[in-house]
Design a protein around this ligand. Sequence first.
Ligand code: PRP
Length: 178
Amino acid sequence: MESDIQKILFTPQDIAAANQRLGQQLAQDYQGKNPLFVCLLKGAILFLTDLVRQIPDSVEIDFMDVSSYHGGTTSSGDVKIIKDLDVSVVGRDIVFVEDIIDTGNTLRALMDLFATRQANSIKIVSLVDKPAHRNQSVQADYVGLSCPDEFIVGYGMDYQERYRNLPYIGVLKPEVYL
Ligand code: PRP
């Protein structure tokens, strides 16, 4: 895997520092609220598990699987819900946990879907924000790291299901996917 990486953008230390900062902000903002953290599979799984361990108060977690990339390097814009939540969100304080916001298609579709579900509040935390190709008006409330216009993998993010287990976030060599 290492030989497919052109450069490391965020080291494990960068990621840990971002997680700590985000965890502290969320702990403060959601104190006593028992929020429901909705992890968007599969990319956000590593982020979720590190993030919730930064929060000393009670939080609940659930999972949704939504896909728009269908194995390529650009969003198809066609967002498919593969797995919905197990619990009701009525009256709950929801925090969507994303690894990356790119075009915004995924979160736009989710925000539209959740608009009718009667949650008390909905916020978004994204480890990485990549604004270069945003085509939807969607913005994270909490952002860990800002990323240039590169195709990145690692720490949950994949190319054709590989590289998710890299402990850092790196740029994939173009020859791997071109
Ligand atoms: C990735 C990522 C985000 C989404 C962001 O998911 O985890 O959910 O794309 O892109 P967008 O802002 O352009 O919609 P993907 O559909 O690749 O599924 P995965 O998390 O299982 O890899």
